[in-house]
Design a protein around this ligand. Structure first.
Ligand code: ZN
Length: 102
């Protein structure tokens, strides 16, 4: 993590984007705070793999308390609403296919 003073240049103008500062301020103590799972990858064999919200690594087991890679604590609240991302395929086909939109 950058020191607070690295965020400003010699004229005390912010050297980084405000969003970065906020992100870094929030970052350090948050490993113990659950982060919500918001993405799940779905593979062609329809196996699913939740993605760690911090390191984007795959989470091995559903509903495990921590990410096995970065130890971020995980929150599975409303996991069923997580964004589904199809890996290597375009998802289950509907019966009717929409024509391509220009
Ligand atoms: Zn992780």
């Amino acid at each position: 993590m950058k020191s607070k003073y690295d965020w400003f240049d010699d004229n005390w103008n912010p050297d980084v984007k405000l969003s970065t500062i906020i992100h870094e301020l929030l970052l350090s103590p948050t490993y113990r705070w659950p982060m919500r799972i918001t993405e799940v990858h779905i593979y062609k064999d329809e196996s699913t793999c939740a993605q760690c919200p911090r390191c984007k690594g795959s989470i091995e087991y559903e509903y495990q308390f921590f990410c096995g890679r970065c130890w971020q604590r995980l929150d599975w609240f409303r996991f069923e609403d997580a964004r589904e991302i199809y890996i290597g395929w375009s998802g289950p086909k509907d019966d009717e296919e929409d024509d391509e939109v220009d």
